[in-house]
Ligand binder design. Structure first.
Ligand SMILES: [Zn+2]
Length: 52
């Protein structure tokens, strides 16, 4: 049920990084839908300090 709703929400197929468009190393576990590279960059500004 939830998966179908999510599929419908995506619609145009947002399965790539919404920041750079990269489809490799995509992180979607946190509903970020960004690649690992952008995650590291955005993590700094978002307050994530798990890296380093
Ligand atoms: Zn990216």
């Amino acid at each position: 049920m939830q998966i179908r709703l999510e599929e419908k929400f995506k619609g145009k197929g947002i399965r790539k990084c919404r920041m750079c468009g990269n489809v490799r190393g995509l992180i979607r576990s946190h509903r970020l839908y960004i690649c690992r590279k952008c995650f590291r960059e955005s993590a700094k500004g978002m307050g994530f300090k798990k890296y380093g």
